[in-house]
Design a protein around this ligand. Structure first.
Ligand code: GTP
Length: 178
């Protein structure tokens, strides 16, 4: 199909297993891209890719490092944006964000690492009406502030809360490099 002004964005989604990466992508409806395209007169086709890695509890290293490295270059090449996702109810998923962030930059090796567009998403804010939450919004925002003011969104893929806003920002952020 011919799509004039089509921009393909390569967005890499990283985060621990189970934080909701797939659910978020499924909920990032076409509505986001329609809105975005009306605004920018371009139709956005986003190529969302999920990569899951586990960190070895004992060594702190990526458990599947070999596989990761062999896929690394081709898999990440040309990424326009990286979405880091954690679960606000699981502290470990927040603590591993730095590993995801650093490993991504190592693989992509952008010319200006400090300027590379990241977006942080704190997902599952709906769980137990928020009473199970262990990572505060303040903690997450501080983390973002100390890494070049990464945009931050709190979402619930389950209740479709804030997901469109997050993905609209992601699309805009990714477009910066186009
Ligand atoms: P991997 O594929 O293992 O990397 O997991 P993932 O990060 O893609 O997580 P996935 O989207 O598969 O979600 C894991 C589980 O969490 C599923 O049972 C989802 O239904 C659930 N889930 C995802 N998002 C939310 C949310 O916002 N709130 C709640 N309560 N559950 C969620």
């Amino acid at each position: 199909m011919f799509m004039p002004n089509r921009t393909l964005l390569k967005v890499i989604v990283l985060g621990d297993s189970g934080v909701g990466k797939t659910s978020l992508m499924n909920h990032s409806s076409r509505y986001v891209y329609k809105r975005f395209s009306q605004q920018y007169k371009a139709t956005i086709g986003a190529d969302f890719i999920t990569k899951e890695l586990e960190i070895d509890e004992k060594t702190g290293h990526f458990a599947r490092q070999e596989r990761f490295q062999s896929l690394g270059g081709a898999f990440y090449r040309g990424a326009d944006c990286c979405i880091l996702v954690y679960d606000v109810n699981i502290v470990k998923s927040f603590e591993t964000l730095q590993n995801w962030h650093d490993e991504f930059l190592k693989q992509v090796n952008p010319s200006e690492p400090d300027a590379f567009p990241f977006v942080l998403v704190g997902n599952k804010v709906d769980v137990d009406g928020g009473s199970s939450r262990v990572v505060s919004e303040r903690t997450a925002r501080d983390w973002c502030a100390s890494r070049g003011n990464i945009p931050y969104f709190e979402t619930s893929a389950k209740e479709d809360y804030n997901v469109d806003d997050a993905f609209l920002c992601i699309a805009k952020t990714a477009m910066v490099n186009q």
